[in-house]
Design a protein around this ligand. Sequence first.
Ligand SMILES: Cc1cc2nc3c(=O)[nH]c(=O)nc-3n(C[C@H](O)[C@H](O)[C@H](O)COP(=O)(O)OP(=O)(O)OC[C@H]3O[C@@H](n4cnc5c(N)ncnc54)[C@H](O)[C@@H]3O)c2cc1C
Length: 292
Amino acid sequence: MRPIPSFSLHRPKTLSEALELLQALEDARPIAGGTDLLVLLRDGAVSAKHLIDLGGVHELQYIREENDEIRIGAATTHAQLLRSELIAEKTPLLHEAAASIGSVQIRNRGTLGGNLCNASPAADTAPPLLALNAEAAVASTGGTRIIPLGDLFAGPKMNSLRPGELLTEIRFPTPPAGSGTSFQKLGRRRGLTLAVINVAVYLCLEGGVCREARIALGAVAATPIRMPAAEEMLEGRQLSGELIEAAASACRDQVRPIDDIRASAEYRREMAYVLTRRALMDAWERARRDTL
Ligand SMILES: Cc1cc2nc3c(=O)[nH]c(=O)nc-3n(C[C@H](O)[C@H](O)[C@H](O)COP(=O)(O)OP(=O)(O)OC[C@H]3O[C@@H](n4cnc5c(N)ncnc54)[C@H](O)[C@@H]3O)c2cc1C
């Protein structure tokens, strides 16, 4: 096995220290859990002279609710997401996505920020957060900017962060009463598997009518994506099995998957229909229960 090329490791204790190091050092990269980055360094897919370890920056590890918004620090691990009662109760789809990631060891080390910044089209936390209408807080020594989460993804394994920037927080509105969500993932086996395709749905009902629908899919395009045409088909309408099938078909038409080692494009397109229909039915059922 190829050894990982040598690098200098820096261990800041605060966010401002981390940002200053990232700004000052040439050829520096942040590292959180290292579960993606160390593999890429070993394979020579990326290089770095300096790694800035975010593991000791405790101000980037939190999950809290403030003014009807849920805020999650970028260095929060998947295991911490799983242990959060707030996440399990208010955003079960994110809990389900975190539970599906890798193994106990990967969930203990891997972080939400790393999963998003690695920008894999198949990242499991991306569709749930897109469906929750999440925004990303991005900081540099010059200040903080807020971007829609979708703008963080620039292409396969490419994020849109500028040199010297760190993802610091993910935030989204707390789902209101009458909403229901679902996360569905298909892998090549039941556990410890990357997604062949993953789907997240958020529905908000009012008197049986769908007030808001958000559908996001992963591993079907160059980045995780929302499905606006299918969402529009549902919004303002009384939901039914037929309408849900039609929206799921629209997703099959919109996706642009590729053939790769995990599945063919044709199979992924068909599974986009199957998993979206399943996610919509599940979210609809949960939303109806929430309104009782
Ligand atoms: C065996 C195995 C199984 C896996 N299973 C899954 C799975 O089922 N589903 C899944 O989605 N993924 C899976 N992964 C991928 C990986 O574990 C996750 O993507 C994980 O969340 C990455 O987080 P990390 O903290 O380890 O990121 P790191 O490896 O530390 O970083 C990843 C990238 O993000 C950058 N980065 C990290 N934090 C920040 C930040 N705050 N600001 C800016 N840039 C940052 C790094 O520079 C690097 O480019 C698996 C990996 C392995 C090795």
